[in-house]
Ligand binder design. Sequence first.
Ligand SMILES: [Zn+2]
Length: 224
Amino acid sequence: MNFPQRLIDGYRSFCDGRLQNEQDRFRDLAEHGQSPEIMVIGCCDSRVSPEAVFDASPGELFVVRNVANLVPPYTPDGAQRAVSAALEFAVQVLKVKHIVVLGHGQCGGIRAYAEHGKPLSPGDFIGKWMDMIAPAAKSVGAREQYASLSDYLTALEHQSLVTTLDNLMTFPCVRILVERKKLQLHAAYFAVGTGILSVRDPETHVFAPIAGARHLRAFKQPRF
Ligand SMILES: [Zn+2]
């Protein structure tokens, strides 16, 4: 069998651990369906698993992942749109109370945009997808204004989250619920190297670490 051994081993571990310990939860989820209160829009990046970062169990998070955790603006043109479909389901059917857009450091998609690399294939799917962050790039200004490329990329990663929040608000079903205070939108940022999670304050627009004291205790000896 060519099925990856890593996945076979992982599934065995799942059977011995989580399935054995949480079988009631799985049975209950099957019988009564899912009712997560939080939707997370994250990046495909293998280092930033929302379930791992938020220590979430099955049924708790409704997760959509794509390159650079983006949401295209509302475009009712009849085309198949994966993010819009997931958003519609989360908001209209599951009635989630929060949508968290989870960005991260060293995002390959953001870097690809900043470096204006050559298309990886004739379709240039990443290039076209990442064009969506042009408004964010305009907001952060020229690369030369930043002390380093790393600083510039971090600013772009943060600002791209703001653009995505703006795009979410172009969906009538989202905007109406936000205005009625039945739905909240959040931008969060995970630093891969340190594990620091920052959340954008809607008033000050500053990204500030949450649970900073807990993080310091857990990460006493930074090696980065
Ligand atoms: Zn990424």
